[in-house]
Ligand binder design. Structure first.
Ligand code: G3H
Ligand code: 13P
Ligand code: ZN
Length: 284
């Protein structure tokens, strides 16, 4: 079926009290792994691409690959820009066929983040594209932030309320203790903060940096109101583990299909597990 918006998927997730998986892609095998897994689980799904992924694969390729995969699929698929940092990047994705964009204005002041998000919203609303914003700073695990400093970057619930009232975004990414990349220890999520934000904003919450977050914490976050869960690192790990496995067994292999095919299967298995964990299996 044609691509749908993230707002549509999250509205259904809101009434069903589950979360939709948002998986990062940057090549054909990853797009296929995402759609095949979602199709097997009869789950709605979000394919997302970062600015780095767009630079690597090319904007038109990302759109064309995802569009073809979605049109062949029987489940609803949305195509989302992950961590767009400029108005221009968001608009370029909107014109190219993305059905949702994230404007990550987290490095700006609250007032600047609101202003930038509103500029993107004005364009997105005119063409029915949904918008995710970020408040607080979601760090990278490599950022070596001391634990006592961490909370300085967390989303402030009162600011979140002000932000959502001033913008009307479809979904809000929050900083509550998750980080992008592989965790060194067990991440400590601030569930009280998550609950306070959710209570005050009443819109779908997005959890970034979700690879490596224990299953029980993901379940708890979804119970509180997380409706979109972003996964990238776990797919990278599965892909590369698959490639390494084939080449360890047969170092002479020269057929890319025999190297990447099993890697795709490994990613697909991870995505299926995540979809079940998020509660979106069978919801398409
Ligand atoms: O949030 C970050 C995503 O994992 C994308 O990472 O910028 O290396 O493509 P990337
Ligand atoms: P992970 O790579 O930690 O799964 O984070 C993904 C993400 O948040 C993409 O925006
Ligand atoms: Zn992210």
């Amino acid at each position: 079926m044609p691509l749908v918006t993230v707002a549509q998927l999250l509205a259904a997730a809101e009434s069903g009290r589950y979360a939709v998986g948002a998986f990062n892609c940057n090549n054909m095998e990853i797009v296929q792994a995402i759609i095949e897994a979602a199709e097997a689980e009869k789950a709605p799904v979000i394919v997302q691409a970062s600015q780095g992924a767009i630079k690597y694969a090319g904007l038109e390729y990302i759109v064309a690959l995802t569009r073809v995969a979605a049109e062949k699929a029987t489940i609803p698929v949305a195509l989302h820009l992950d961590h767009g940092t400029s108005f221009e990047q968001c608009v370029q994705c909107i014109w190219s066929g993305f059905t949702s964009v994230m404007l990550d204005g987290s490095k700006h002041s609250l007032a600047e983040n609101i202003a930038l998000t509103n500029r993107v919203l004005a364009v997105a609303r005119a063409v029915g594209v949904s918008v995710e914003a970020e408040l607080g700073k979601i760090s990278g695990t490599e950022d070596d932030i001391f634990v006592h400093e961490r909370e300085a970057f967390f989303t402030d619930p009162a600011e979140a309320k002000e932000f959502v009232a001033a913008t009307g975004v479809d979904a809000l990414a929050v900083a509550i203790g998750t980080a992008h990349g592989q965790y060194k220890g067990r991440p400590e999520l601030d569930f009280d903060r998550l609950a306070a934000i959710r209570e005050l904003v009443g819109i779908p919450i997005v959890l970034h940096g979700s690879s490596g977050v224990p299953d029980e914490d993901i379940r708890r976050a979804v119970e509180i109101g997380v409706r979109k869960v972003n996964i990238d690192t776990n797919l990278r790990e599965a892909f590369v583990a698959g490639v390494k496995e084939v080449l360890a067994q047969n170092p002479q292999e020269i057929d890319p299909r025999k190297v990447l095919g099993p890697a795709k299967q490994k990613m697909s298995a991870v995505i299926r597990e995540k979809i079940r964990l998020f509660g979106s299996a069978g919801k398409a």
